[in-house]
Design a protein around this ligand. Structure first.
Ligand SMILES: [Zn+2]
Length: 325
């Protein structure tokens, strides 16, 4: 088997960060993230790279009315009310993308969809969390049904999902499989990366992840191929691509080197390497972030010619099981 290079992006604009940030504190990064999407797509085209765009369902809507029309009929009752995005649609956002580019993104979604090799996947309808107190299976199912319905209006059939905050359990995966979304981005089953509720992501866990982003701290081997189980296909995450830090370039250089060495190991051993981030991570220090991405894509190009490494979307990776093409 040749190694696979998989990229997935959590495309969410403000919906993914609303629970802890505002347009005042983070809006510039969200707008910067919008600006950077066409540049990312150009790089993907230049290096013939496929990527999966796990898109919040609300971003398929052209108007606020459309968001309300596809509202799920069962809603979660989060103990921490700020986790829910549904109420915000009622009041607190504009009417359309021109008025409110923080919460609407249909023009960008169409641009992604028109670029060869890009997969439109889901990040749930309203960036809903599976493992926070107050979520229910019925509410999660209703959310996924809304995501599917609104995606269909734009001509997309969803096959893959990235769970918000990477939170999921077996029951959530089962719901997705029943809804025809059988491919998901699972978390490595090792300390510090296992799927967990946010309160369990302690300072210590964050510290371990930070250190592991520049040197091998958590023993982990990328899989040879996606894991199949009970109808679901787990295309496991390998690494979160951290935003470039102009204030700490030494760290960013080490991180970039770490990503490249993991890519080389995957190519040599015929494993998959799954890199992920959010467009808004590139929204500040855009130039440096794009340069970092281009260096990664150049590494991929080298590995493609030396080891036959192949760039695939999540759903393409799922179809590659057993070496079939
Ligand atoms: Zn997210």
């Amino acid at each position: 088997m040749t190694g696979k290079f998989i990229i997935s992006l959590d495309f969410e604009l403000m919906w993914g960060v609303r629970y802890h940030m505002t347009t005042q504190s983070y809006g510039d990064a969200v707008l910067g993230g919008r600006e950077v999407i066409p540049e990312m797509l150009k790089l993907f085209s230049k290096y013939d790279v496929h990527a999966t765009w796990a898109t919040v369902g609300l971003l398929f809507a052209r108007t606020r009315k459309e968001m309300l029309d596809y509202m799920p009929d069962v809603l979660p009752e989060f103990t921490n009310k700020s986790l829910s995005n549904y109420e915000v649609i009622q009041s607190g956002i504009g009417e359309n993308e021109q008025e409110d580019p923080y919460h609407f993104g249909r023009s960008l979604l169409d641009l992604v969809a028109d670029t060869p090799g890009q997969e439109i996947a889901t990040h749930t309808y309203a960036h809903v969390y599976c493992l926070e107190d107050g979520q229910s299976k019925a509410a999660f199912r209703a959310d996924i049904q809304s995501a599917k319905a609104i995606a269909e209006t734009a001509g997309h059939t969803l096959k893959s999902i990235v769970f918000p905050r990477n939170q999921y359990g077996e029951e959530h995966v089962d719901v997705c499989v029943a809804e025809g979304i059988s491919t998901f981005r699972g978390q490595p089953d090792v300390f510090a990366y296992r799927t967990m509720a946010n309160r369990k992501v302690t300072r210590f866990v964050r510290g371990v992840r930070l250190l592991d982003s520049i040197m091998p701290v958590v023993p982990r081997k990328d899989p040879l191929e996606p894991e199949h189980g009970a109808g679901a296909i787990d295309v496991k995450a390998s690494r979160f691509l951290r935003p470039w830090r102009t204030s700490w370039p030494g760290y960013s250089n080490l991180h970039l080197n770490r990503v490249r060495s993991e890519m080389r190991a995957a190519a040599r051993q015929g494993r998959q390497f799954h890199l992920w981030w959010h467009p808004h991570n590139f929204g500040r220090n855009t130039r440096e972030n794009l340069m970092q991405l281009e260096e990664i894509l150049q590494e991929y190009t080298r590995l493609k010619s030396s080891h036959g490494m192949e760039s695939v979307t999540m759903s393409e990776a799922a179809q590659h099981k057993g070496g079939a093409t």
